[in-house]
Design a protein around this ligand. Structure first.
Ligand SMILES: Cc1ncc(COP(=O)(O)O)c(C=O)c1O
Length: 413
């Protein structure tokens, strides 16, 4: 839920007029953003790339994950979390979420097998995973942790920034995120050697541009270099992010305060692992059953989490069908190195997650919503909850919401 204004237009225009669109030009906007964003996250390295998907892939390349490895991913996340595992030749193992809509630490612990090398906690809809529990399990069971913070830009977990807690973190700056440059992403890490490998994955010529160091071993990366236009826009977006998130948190708090009394009827706020640090892109409620959730959602411009298409594992066709690569010889599901990895999925394998998703309703917040919008939303949630949860109620009259919700937010990556 970003804001874009004249400042972005000016920053991009300046780059275009300078003619210096390539990042290795000596005075780079990309480099400036990488320095500033790493500092903002409290980490040593941040490497920009073209997408969140490639950021995840580059992070795994950086950490040395590949054929023969399993990586645990949650049942509810955009499918790129799972396909990026396949892109490095490893196998995604799908595990349950809990009522926070994020990966269940218990499910992680139970899913660890002899081939499991890493886990990807995904901060879904800007809500933090239970990172203390996940890091404890990971350290005890020798797992690497790659945070998927693609939906968590600007959010935190008990005072630390999302993405900055695990061994590496991946971000997206696509059109649907809290900070955007149209498309874009990046990897954060504290580890110098991992950062170098990430940069090599992002730009096969990295060692050439940076000056060759013989201690580093280059390898063939795919290429996903960001442009100066992206860097310039992100530098402006970074100036805005704290305010954008603060406004959404304020809206969410007022909505939750104004609807707390509906808990008696069965409208419960979704539990959170770090409520005060949440991105607050949505206010989320857990209803008693799927039928009530589906009666409630359309009346409040909301969406049932189970209806968010490719964010649920049941819609990840490439994964479920075992089509892990364009060329059969590069398909991780067919690689001899993966013979001992768990490679079988079914549509009901995470039934607990599906049940939670079918009862959860998400209502988007926006930094530009004013007092009137918030009052109207609270008013409509009250009416809709009574209709959805009290027996025998007829459809409510006098709903006030006129906001147009960008449904694509939920349908497209
Ligand atoms: C949780 C999650 N992971 C990964 C991605 C992939 O990011 P991108 O679309 O920038 O490739 C997204 C994008 O929506 C996402 O929401």
């Amino acid at each position: 839920m970003y804001i874009v204004g004249d400042e972005e237009i000016e920053a991009i225009t300046k780059v275009l007029r300078s003619g210096a669109l390539f990042r290795y030009n000596g005075n780079s906007e990309c480099e400036r953003f990488e320095r500033r964003y790493a500092g903002w996250l409290g980490k040593r390295h941040f490497a920009l790339t073209v997408s969140g998907t490639y950021a995840l892939t580059a992070a795994m390349i950086g950490l040395g994950i590949g054929p023969g490895d399993e990586v645990l991913v949650p049942a509810h996340t955009y499918m790129a979390t799972a396909t990026s595992v396949l892109a490095v030749g490893a196998i995604p193992v799908i595990v349950d979420i809990d009522e926070t809509l994020t990966i269940s630490p218990d499910a992680v612990e139970n899913a660890i097998g002899p081939r499991t090398k890493a886990v990807i906690p995904v901060h879904m809809w800007g809500a933090a995973c239970n990172m203390d529990a996940i890091m404890r399990i990971a350290r005890r069971r020798s797992l690497l942790v790659i945070e998927d913070a693609c939906q968590g830009v600007g959010g935190g977990y008990h005072g630390r920034k999302l993405g900055a807690i695990g061994d590496a973190g991946a971000f997206s700056f696509n059109y649907f995120k809290n900070m955007t440059c149209g498309e874009g992403g990046g990897v954060v890490t504290d580890d110098d050697a991992v950062a170098e490998r990430v940069r090599c994955a992002i730009d096969p010529c990295h060692f050439y541009w940076q000056g060759r160091q013989d201690s580093l071993q280059p390898f063939a990366g795919n290429g996903g270099r960001a442009s100066e236009i992206m860097g310039a826009m992100l530098n402006v977006q970074l100036d805005r992010i704290d305010d954008v998130v603060a406004r959404m948190r304020q809206e969410r708090k007022r909505v939750l305060d104004g609807t707390r009394h509906l808990g008696n009827l069965g409208l419960q706020a979704t539990p959170m692992n770090s409520a005060d640090d949440d991105c607050a892109t949505h206010v989320m409620y857990l209803l008693p059953d799927s039928a009530a959730a589906h009666r409630f959602a359309p009346l409040v411009s909301g969406v049932v989490a189970g209806d968010t298409g490719r964010h649920n594992y049941t819609e990840w066709d490439q994964v479920l069908l075992g089509r892990g690569a364009a060329h059969p010889a590069m398909n991780p599901y067919e690689m001899p190195a993966n013979a001992e990895c768990r490679r079988h999925y079914s549509r009901d394998m995470c039934a607990l997650s599906l049940a939670i998703l079918s009862r959860t309703v998400m209502i988007p917040m926006h930094p530009r919503h004013g007092d009137r919008d918030i009052e109207d939303l609270v008013h409509d949630i009250d009416l809709a909850a009574r209709y959805a949860l009290e027996p025998g109620m007829s459809a409510p009259q006098g709903l006030r919401l006129s906001r147009v919700v960008d449904k694509q937010k939920f349908d497209v990556a």
